[in-house]
Write a protein that binds this ligand. Structure first.
Ligand SMILES: Nc1ncnc2c1ncn2[C@@H]1O[C@H](COP(=O)(O)OP(=O)(O)OP(=O)(O)O)[C@@H](O)[C@H]1O
Ligand SMILES: [Mg+2]
Length: 310
């Protein structure tokens, strides 16, 4: 899967050590949007909060193995942990016991690559694999980064989030390098977005400029871009998890449904384009720069006075 040429699956970790930024909402609804396009997708819930599992309305029964067992038992076939959550959408669920993995695997030399080995053992690989990471940089997130080829960073377009983006990229790169030298940050997904404020627009401009300036360097985020559309703030997205439904089941034509549908189409069509170009280093999503953004302004760190909101 990590050999030369184009990998068999597009494996994306949704990661941001900051909590409550939209990782799970994005992981679940992107995975559902990809599956609705008829593509085989696996969602891995790597968070002991088990929010992705709950969001899909899956309740582990205590009998069936979960991600916890997959990490603890190196010979367990991944298929035994997979729940067919929706057509084309498989889930490896989590339970709160996942929090114990950190301690239980402390002495295992292969503790960082348990998930990667499990995915590589899959008899029939999924075309897309999305990994919902917890808001921390511990063993669970490291397992996610070891198997992922790409990292998407869900965040909100606020000054503080922007100010930290360079630091965040460095952290992801540093953590990623420990376990996976080929890992690349390929995208930022703007969540809970309010495009009507001047402030949000300026932050997005600055983010575009930040990534544009990174293109020529060797950093792990040189091919990253701010994905469009941004996901608008929409209460339906906050409501649907409590019904165990995706946004497409709960309120498909609300702004949240429209935005996640479009974004999932972008993710699929990018992959199709890369596949059409066939193997070769330039056809790897992690190595392909996105189209240039028109404006180069300043780095996020250079802005010291946040612009007032409209
Ligand atoms: N676009 C949106 N509009 C409104 N509410 C949203 C939107 N996206 C996410 N939310 C809500 O914001 C809260 C945090 O989102 P979410 O759980 O996806 O974040 P997270 O990064 O996974 O959090 P954690 O770090 O705890 O895992 C949730 O209540 C979610 O329903
Ligand atoms: Mg979450």
């Amino acid at each position: 899967m990590h050999g030369g040429g184009l990998p068999a699956s597009r494996i994306i970790a949704l990661m941001n050590q900051k909590g409550g930024v939209g990782k799970t909402t994005t992981a679940v609804n992107l995975a559902a949007g990809i599956a609705l396009q008829g593509r085989r997708c696996l969602l891995i819930d790597l968070d002991p909060q088990a929010h992705a599992t709950l969001h899909l309305g899956v309740q582990p029964d205590g009998e069936r193995p979960t991600i916890y067992d997959l990490l603890l038992e190196p010979r367990l076939p991944i298929e035994e942990t997979v729940v067919a959550a929706r057509p084309n959408l498989d889930l490896i669920p989590a339970e709160t016991n996942l929090a114990g993995v950190e301690t239980e695997l402390a002495g295992a030399p292969d503790r960082l690559t348990r998930l990667r080995s499990a995915v590589e053992r899959a008899a029939d690989p999924w075309e897309f694999i999305l990994i919902d990471c917890p808001p921390s940089l511990g063993l669970l997130t490291l397992n996610g980064l070891a198997v992922a080829r790409e990292v998407f960073i869900p965040m909100q377009a606020q000054f503080l989030a922007l100010h930290g983006v360079g630091k965040l990229m460095e952290t992801v790169a540093m953590v990623g390098r420990q376990v996976n030298p080929r890992l690349a940050v390929t995208g930022v997904v703007l969540c809970v977005h309010d495009s009507t404020t001047t402030h949000a627009r300026e932050v997005v401009d600055d983010l575009d400029a930040f990534f544009e300036q990174s293109r020529q360097s060797e950093v792990a985020w040189r091919s990253a871009r701010v994905y469009r559309p941004a996901i608008r703030r929409n209460i339906k997205l906050a409501e649907c998890p409590s019904f165990g439904k995706t946004i497409f089941e709960y309120a498909p034509w609300c702004p949240g449904g429209i935005d996640y549908r479009k974004l999932s189409e972008v993710i699929v069509s990018e992959w199709d384009t890369l596949r059409a170009r066939r193997a070769g280093p330039e056809s790897d999503p992690a190595a392909t720069p996105p189209p240039p953004t028109p404006k180069v302004v300043t780095t996020p760190a250079a802005r010291t006075n946040p612009a007032p909101s409209a």
